[in-house]
Ligand binder design. Sequence first.
Ligand code: BES
Ligand code: ZN
Length: 635
Amino acid sequence: MRRIAAPLALLLASTACTTMETTPVSTAVGPDRMVSPILTSPEAVDTLTYAQPQVARVTHVALDLALDFDSKRVGGTAELTVLAAPGAQEIVLDSNGLQIEQVTDGAGRALAYTMGEPDPRGGKGAPLTITLDGAETLRIAYRAPEDASALQWLSPEQTKGGVHPFLFSQGQAILNRTWIPTQDSPGIRQTWEARITAPEPLDVVMSGVRQGEPESLGNGRRAFTFVMDKPVPPYLIAIAAGDIDFKAIGPRTGVWAEPATLDRAWREVNDTEEMVVAAEELYGEYRWGRYDMIVLPPAFPYGGMENPVMTFLTPTFIAGDRSNNGLVAHELAHSWSGNLVTNAVWGDSWLNEGVTTYFENRIVEAVYGKQRAEQEAALMFANIKETLAEVGEDAPGTALSTDGGYQLGSAIAYDKGAFFLRTVESVVGRERFDDWLRQWFDNHAFQPATSELFYEDMMANLVQGEAEAQALLLREWIFEPGLPANVAKPDPAAFATVDAAVTAYGATGAIPDAYTQWSSAERQRFLDNIPKQRSADQLATLDRALGLSGTGNNEELFLWLELALANRYQPAVPQVEAFLAEVGRAKFVRPLFQVLWDQGDWGQPIAQRIYADTRGGYHAVTRAGVDAIVGEPAQ
Ligand code: BES
Ligand code: ZN
């Protein structure tokens, strides 16, 4: 086995205690690569991986892959560095549909392997078990399947430029096993490097630092190399390729986008350097070097994805006035919560998303002011209330820490998580809270974490005295459903004017004159709170007076379209159709199909007609969400 400085046992297994020793680290890529510990406490065991990291684990991944846009396939080799316990016979990796051609050791000697039966529930894929036979390096020659759900291959028509194809990946939560053979678990961190070839003139970016200039191969293709020398959970390995250009913002920040989108994108994210500075002032040094972003074509299924050194963004957040930049603050905040300190299991995803949503709000406060931050917090609070009213205060899924349960956009992991930290802040005071959160990031940097670990750390390093412990209700917040009584509610003044306008509109139909001068959060509050049942005349009046269908802000447009469809408002249908043909962001697409579906005889035929055209253009994530509503169309 490869010799390393730290005791093997510590690297292979580290129990969940707050005094956990940190592994001796080095940041070089090479023989002394940084290796993160894993957790072995029962609640840190990931049921969504086949890996048995306490027996043998991957510490480094070296990819050498070719992108083939004609066959929509990625293939090549993955060289894995293995750290195995004494006597370990085999290593188990995750695979979902990978076609393995050969496995050899570092010297080219063939190693035996078996691909197990795929999990019938899908998603988890199948175990790829490789006989080690003393090997410390594994070289896997393979191809990803054509329908690898992490990857979306866009036709030129799905791009702004319309000339070149595009590719992007989305790894979170367990999709990367459809294109990378490794241990795909958030608690098993790996350093990585990659050499990627792509046809000219496409550019390739990854969630690692690009090394030098691309190398021309003389066959119409170029090779790009990338290095991530800090151990990351493998869901954070990401790639995008297309006709893209770069524009710098600050000394370590910049944005990539298609040429036709780049200027608009650059103007929108121009506060990013300032945000990084604000984030560092709050919770310590930004540890990843560069912070770049790529604004993808609108098929991207999420608002944003926190891929290290290269946040992926939907273009649908661009409003022209930076009003949706909470998204950028959010993905940036993940550089601490999520990417530095990572949920060991997806049932604890609030440790990533809730802490990030809190941190996001603090960045928004620092960069855009207290009022905007309070308004955005009030929208989050309303979201929690709405969800609890829907599913019930005691629904088990409303606990922050859930056994295996995992939902995106959930008001629980994100907003209840954020309100938990906000409540703790209000009890102990901002100064003590910020000191504590900063040490949490520092002391657990490049390591996995669990809810139990978070709780123990708060008890050991934050909470002072019995009375404070009682007042905080920490275990209730983390492990019980519902919303604890001590929640630090948003300032009712945040939306006082809007709420009065909502009441007036409900009573007399009076349309607020100031609407167009309001902030986007105010407009969203209004649209979300006016009476849900509207006649066609009332909708036409609202649209005319407030310019709803003409808004350049997609969050507002979405609320308008949702309201219109819920009232079977025919004039909105062509716009819905155009929107759903262009945008693949699940947060917008799924609810629009849902609201159509809920409109029975009126909406279901519309939904089916639209989906027959748009399904092929959606990412697997979005497709799965809509299939569950509309049903999978017959082949
Ligand atoms: N990490 C998430 C996206 C994600 C979550 C992908 C779960 C796959 C599974 C990202 O940081 C996120 O939260 N995006 C939000 C941003 C919003 C809350 C500001 C989104 O895409 O809407
Ligand atoms: Zn997030």
